[in-house]
Design a protein around this ligand. Structure first.
Ligand SMILES: [Ca+2]
Length: 215
């Protein structure tokens, strides 16, 4: 499409100037911009998505959790007395106590790959009921790797343990380990959570690269 323009004084008769038409934005560029904007929104959305830990607050009893009392241990899921409400209660046998007494579950924390971090947190408390002081090792294990060990103490009030693992599929195991003797210990767990996060610099860098590619 062309646009006529007024001729200046002295312009030759019968000769008409043609003004340049405004350059329309190519449809492909608009499509790519819309596409990239949508993708960017998806990236941001994924960064705030929670993980799929089932019944991490134990308000539905044992739902979602496997448990291994290792023969003599006691594992229950009381509906009150946690931090707050329901919780998992693991008690070692009072005699011949050596061993691990655990609950665990598989979960997805976002999607694997890229520069991502899964923030895991667990509330716990620990009490020696009777027996050998200092004989417990309360542990939080991810994929068979110990990620957190509680301080050696006979009584620990509700405390939050937190650590990071890569995003993706994992197993989390909450473990009351007794190292020996006749030691009656109780470990309690509540508020097991995990959130996959994509660091902000990575998002901005990705968006910047997209813009540089298509502009
Ligand atoms: Ca709870």
């Amino acid at each position: 499409m062309r646009f006529a323009a007024a001729e200046p004084v002295g312009w030759p008769s019968g000769v008409h100037r043609v003004a340049a038409a405004p350059c329309p934005e190519p449809a492909m560029v608009r499509w790519l911009q819309n596409c990239c904007s949508a993708l960017f929104i998806m990236l941001v959305a994924s960064s705030i998505a929670g993980a799929q830990i089932t019944n991490g607050n134990f308000e539905n009893g044992s739902t979602g959790w496997n448990f291994n009392p290792n023969g003599g241990g006691s594992i229950t899921f009381p509906s009150s007395g946690g931090n707050p409400g329901g919780y998992a209660r693991i008690e070692s046998p009072a005699t011949n106590s050596t061993g691990s007494y655990t609950i665990d579950q598989e979960f997805n924390c976002g999607n694997p790959g890229g520069i991502t971090t899964c923030h895991v947190s667990v509330d716990y408390r620990l009490d020696l009921i009777a027996g050998t002081s200092g004989a417990s090792r309360l542990k939080i294990i991810v994929d068979r790797v110990t990620k957190y060990t509680a301080p050696v103490a006979d009584h620990i009030p509700w405390t939050t343990a937190s650590f990071e693992v890569p995003c993706g599929h994992h197993n989390i195991t909450l473990d009351l380990e007794i190292t020996g003797g006749n030691s009656d210990w109780v470990a309690c767990f509540d508020n097991v959570g995990a959130t996959c996060d994509i660091p902000t610099p990575g998002r901005l860098s990705t968006w910047g690269r997209m813009k540089s590619l298509y502009r």
